[in-house]
Design a protein around this ligand. Structure first.
Ligand SMILES: N[C@@H](CCC[C@H](N)C(=O)O)C(=O)O
Length: 300
């Protein structure tokens, strides 16, 4: 990479889960965890809940094996610079960027992620649907972990959507407090890699609302994988399993930043539909990108 060249970025969001997008087709940038945290800083950087690096699968060691199926790899990082397996809102925004940049047409697209290839359907100006794979409930359907926040405990379900979630049904979303600090989840051994925590209330038949504290990002306005985990946990709590009923089941999941519709199919596949928006693009000062404490970023 020419280290004096400005670094291109875009900013986008899906139900207000917001991301810095760095197009890096040849995989030459690979920002350090510290650089990711600076980019995602809302005061000293561009600001975002996470970073989506857009890399050709063929040049990324974690994605090479998926290159025949999916040309592009979503290298997702949390706002603190940590790596995560999957980001549901992120993959919709990633697909919207590819479409907008002329790198993918309207219709169907495959995206490589650390959780495997995800199939995406995007309409030119409409919502984006992602096939998120099957949920895994490692400890079965019953609540198996405990979430503690603000001195209160709630039983929670352990659900994996490629990344780890603890889903707690509560009486009132305000009971979760300010969520500035991460809720404690026990037993800690259930989540050796950390956990995203969702607090959920009912809004009606097959309609719930959530707040989320994300591993590596804090409280966010939405979490796509979290909404999928919540849908499956809510369905099991309600005694609903598409695998036994033989028909797909959909739940509406309200998040602080909007609304997602989640459908679980009889084969276990979970599908998420929601918006994806690109709001800005510009360039980053190459000195600032390369080293802390220098320069600033300038929009084109
Ligand atoms: N906001 C994302 C999830 C991002 C990753 C998560 N913080 C983790 O560490 O697992 C989503 O929309 O799914």
């Amino acid at each position: 990479m020419d280290s004096s060249a400005p670094v291109r970025f875009l900013k986008g969001h899906g139900t207000e889960n917001d991301f810095v997008i760095i197009p890096d087709p040849d995989g030459t940038l690979d920002p350090s965890p510290e650089a990711v945290a600076r980019l995602c800083d809302r005061r000293a950087g561009i600001g975002g809940d996470g970073l989506l690096r857009v890399v050709r699968s063929a040049v990324h060691p974690e994605a090479r094996g998926m290159a025949d199926e999916a040309e592009w790899f979503m290298d997702y990082r949390n706002a603190d610079g940590s790596v995560a397996e999957m980001c549901g809102n992120g993959v919709r925004v990633f697909a919207r960027h590819l479409q907008r940049a002329g790198l993918a047409g309207a219709g169907d697209l495959a995206v490589a992620t650390r959780a495997g290839v995800r199939r995406v359907h995007l309409a030119k100006d409409g919502d984006v649907t992602v096939h998120m794979g099957a949920a895994r409930l490692p400890a079965g359907a019953d609540p198996s972990v405990t979430v503690t926040v603000g001195g209160r405990d709630w039983p929670a379900r352990n659900v994996s959507m490629g990344n780890p979630h603890a889903v707690a049904f509560v009486d009132d979303l305000d009971h979760a407090g300010d969520l500035l600090t991460a809720p404690a989840v026990t037993p800690a051994e259930a989540y050796p890699e950390g956990v995203n925590v969702e607090f959920v209330v009912d809004r009606g038949r097959r309609h719930v609302a959530l707040r989320v504290h994300e591993r590596g990002s804090g409280e966010t306005r939405s979490c796509g994988t979290g909404a999928c985990a919540v849908m499956v946990a809510a369905a099991r709590r309600d005694g609903v399993d598409p695998a036994t009923e033989g028909v797909p089941v959909s739940y509406t999941v309200d998040v602080p930043g909007g609304r997602l519709v989640i459908t679980e199919h009889p084969d276990g596949g979970v599908e998420m539909t929601g918006p994806a928006v690109i709001v800005a693009e510009g360039t980053i000062d190459p000195d600032w990108f390369a080293a802390p404490g220098k320069g600033g970023h300038s929009n084109e």
